[in-house]
Structure formats: structure tokens, C-alpha cells
Design a protein around this ligand. Structure first.
Ligand code: NAD
Length: 382
């Protein structure tokens, strides 16, 4: 059972040591209304890449706990995707979602990122916009997801959706012995950027797609565009289908929803789909094949990785196609190790990090050549 930051008497350093975090930076600039946390979990495989999240946290402890949890997950995602990157995350305590960031706040964030010398590379996450990333990039080269005019890669969600489809094909092969979704009933939760992109790809592949979203207009628009069937969002967990694809928020599989599931495969783009580790075993017990979220939704991070060498959309899609292979390997390892696929993916990711670190196992700003294998490191902004 991991130590919880909320437990009385637990120190941040104890949580960091237990989970293997390298560094946590706390930012407080009251005169410009900025409170933020940058957490670096691991740089054993390279600089720690992770999004900046703008969110209304209950308190500082809540923000730090989220940064620690999310940065750790980024390490596993980058490792499983075969990238030479580590895991990091920044969270900014943001109370009013309608309020835009000031140039001073973005500059302060950029300076804090710059002081880390590339050990943390920022990307877009919940609440962040391309304009935010452009503002941050004015103070540091270590920011991705900037406008195309600044060398950025733009919206990653089409690549993410493509990668989820690749993972779904691997799951179809594992469950039904065919790597096609043709004729399969697929239910998608969330008609946002990833969910709607996935729906388009599945319809083109001949799947029968139903989709539900708390924003009913998004579903209506998609129904008109590609003929998907609308579904009440409350009916999604219990919907009878071949594949269920969570593409909204985290925690889809929880103590309430697990007994309602009527799908054979669970494979979607949302982060942190399992509310607890126990759900991994519960899915096996229910006969549901789970394609681990951080394996199949790695298209976004693979897309950003392309920025380091000069962005190519074609190369990003080619990299995301490899998710089919990675997911197949996770299923094979799960069988060999006799553990659920979620645990197998985690073990695979951990083992790569333990096997491959260079030097001290930490990426230092002074040795970029060790990361690139000798090639000069292309800074992210001219
Ligand atoms: P988005 O905000 O565009 O879409 C999310 C959609 O989910 C919205 O339309 C929202 O109304 C809907 N939603 C929220 N709660 C719901 C509920 N209970 N039932 C039904 N619908 C609900 O976000 P997105 O970029 O499509 O990302 C979706 C998920 O995928 C998130 O968990 C995100 O972290 C993850 N993800 C996204 C990317 C990416 O490239 N965008 C990459 C990796 C992971």
C-alpha cells in the first residue's frame, strides 16, 4: 500500500523516497497570484516530460499529492512507450477555470522550468492551452505543445486516438484472434478530442459505435457527422458491447461500476481508468480484458517526443502505430507472469527503467549527449 501524503505525520520526503521521486519544486509568488508544484519522478531514461495542469486544489497537500502521483505515472508511460524520457508533472493551483493566465504568471512558470535546465520538459495538460505554452516558452526552451509557428506539434489528440485504436486491435487479436474491429460493438465514454477522434477511426474500420457524453451537444454533432448512436452517459458502464472505451476522466472502473460491466475488452484513452490497483484483479475476475491505459494512450507523448528531432506528423503516427506491438507484448507478459495486464505493464515499465539508466541514473543538464546518444540536443525553441 503506497504511503499517502495525507496520512498524519507523513513527510513529503518520505513519500518521495517511497515512490522514488527525485525532486519536487514548490513555487510561491503571492504578488502575482501564483502557486505551483513541479514534481520530477525519474530522469533515469532522460529528461522528465509531463504536462502542466491548472486545477482547483483543496489545499497545498492536495496539489503536491497530485503532482507526485501524476509524475510517477508519466515515468511508466514514457518507459512503456520505449522513449528516452523520464516522468514529471507540474500543477498550478487555479481556482477560477474561466480566468486566463497573465503574462507575468506564465513568465514566472517559464523561469522556474528554465532553472531546472531541461530536467523537466513541460507539455500541455488539463486546463492548459497552446497560448499558455507559448507564454511559458517565452522564458524557457524547455516547453513543448507550443504553436506550430514556434516549432510546436499542435493538438496531440488525433495521434492519441490513433494509438488507442492500435491498442484496441491488439486486444481484439488477444480476445477474438482477429486484429480488426469490423462489426464489433464499441461504446465510447466521452465525445471530446480523443473520444470523437477514436469514433471516426472506428466507424471507418466498420465498427458499430455508440457514444455518450455529459455534453449532449457533442454527441449530437458526432451523430450527424459520422452516424454514431447516442447513449445516455449513465448507461455507459452497464452497456452491452464488445469493447468499452473510457475517453473522459479517470476512475471509470471503480467499486460501483465493476459489477455492471458487460464488455469483453476495456481499452480507451482516459488516464488512470482504474480507481484502485484492486480493480486490475477485479477485471480479470469479471472476464474483461484490460488494455492498460498508459500503454494505449501514449500517442500524445510519442507525438511530443517528435518535437525534439524536428517535428514530423507522419513519424508521430508511425510511432503511435507501434502501440499495437507494445500492447501485444503486455498481454504476452501478463500470461507468462500470470498477473493482470495492468500489473504486467507496470512491471515491464519499471524493469526498463532499472535496466537502462545511464551514469548515475539521473539526467543532469550538463550531459545531453548521454541522452541523445551523442547527437547534439536540438533545443525546443529557436
Ligand atoms: P476533452 O476534454 O476534449 O474530452 C473529454 C470529454 O469527456 C468531454 O467532452 C466531457 O464532456 C466528457 N465527459 C466528462 N465526464 C464525463 C462523464 N462522466 N461521462 C461522459 N462524458 C464525460 O479531453 P480529451 O483530450 O479528449 O482527453 C480525454 C481523456 O484522455 C482524458 O482522461 C485525458 O487525460 C486523456 N488523454 C488525452 C490525450 C490527448 O492527446 N488529448 C493524451 C493522453 C491521454
Amino acid at each position: 500500500m503506497p504511503i499517502q501524503f495525507y496520512d498524519p505525520g507523513v513527510r513529503i520526503s518520505e513519500v518521495m523516497a517511497a515512490q522514488g521521486h527525485e525532486q519536487v519544486v514548490l513555487l510561491s509568488e503571492p504578488e502575482i497570484g501564483l502557486r505551483a508544484v513541479i514534481a520530477i519522478h525519474s530522469t533515469a531514461l532522460g529528461p522528465a516530460l509531463g504536462g502542466i495542469r491548472f486545477w482547483n486544489y483543496a489545499d497545498d497537500a492536495d496539489a503536491i499529492a497530485d503532482a507526485l502521483r501524476l509524475s510517477e505515472a508519466m515515468s511508466w508511460k514514457a518507459s512503456a512507450a520505449g522513449l528516452h524520457q523520464g516522468g514529471g508533472k507540474a500543477v498550478v493551483q487555479w481556482t477560477d477555470p474561466t480566468q486566463r493566465r497573465t503574462p507575468e504568471q506564465l513568465a514566472a512558470l517559464g523561469r522556474a522550468i528554465d532553472e531546472l535546465g531541461g530536467r523537466y520538459i513541460a507539455a500541455e495538460d488539463v486546463g492548459a492551452t497552446t497560448a499558455d505554452m507559448d507564454g511559458i516558452a517565452a522564458s524557457t526552451p524547455w516547453a513543448t505543445g507550443v504553436s506550430a509557428s514556434l516549432g510546436g506539434s499542435g493538438d496531440p489528440s488525433p495521434v492519441t486516438a490513433f494509438g488507442v485504436l492500435a491498442g484496441m486491435r491488439a486486444a481484439a487479436q488477444e480476445r477474438w484472434g482477429v486484429d480488426s474491429l469490423e462489426g464489433r460493438r464499441v461504446v465510447i465514454q466521452g465525445a471530446g478530442k480523443v473520444g470523437s477522434g477514436l469514433a471516426r477511426l472506428l466507424v471507418a474500420d466498420g465498427a458499430r459505435v455508440s457514444i455518450g457524453d455529459v455534453d449532449a451537444q457533442r454527441v449530437r454533432d458526432l451523430a450527424v457527422e459520422i452516424g454514431v448512436a447516442p447513449l445516455d452517459p449513465d448507461d455507459i458502464p452497464g452497456a452491452e458491447c464488445d469493447v468499452l472505451a473510457p475517453c473522459a476522466l479517470g476512475g471509470f472502473v471503480n467499486a460501483d461500476s465493476i459489477d455492471r460491466l458487460q464488455c469483453e475488452v476495456l481499452c480507451g484513452g482516459a488516464n488512470n481508468q482504474l480507481a484502485s490497483d484492486a480493480m486490475d484483479d477485479a477485471l480479470v475476475a469479471r472476464g474483461v480484458l484490460y488494455a492498460p491505459d498508459f500503454v494505449v494512450n501514449a500517442g500524445g507523448i510519442l507525438n511530443i517526443a517528435e518535437e525534439f528531432t524536428g517535428y514530423s506528423r507522419d513519424r508521430a503516427f508511425a510511432a503511435a502505430a507501434g502501440i499495437e506491438c507494445t500492447t501485444t507484448r503486455v498481454f504476452a507478459l501478463a500470461r507468462a507472469w500470470e498477473i493482470p495486464p495492468g500489473q504486467a505493464a507496470l512491471r515491464m515499465a519499471r524493469e526498463r527503467i532499472e535496466r537502462e539508466p545511464f551514469g548515475t541514473g539521473r539526467w543532469e543538464p550538463g550531459d545531453p549527449a548521454a541522452w541523445t546518444g551523442g547527437a547534439p540536443l536540438r533545443r525546443l525553441r529557436p
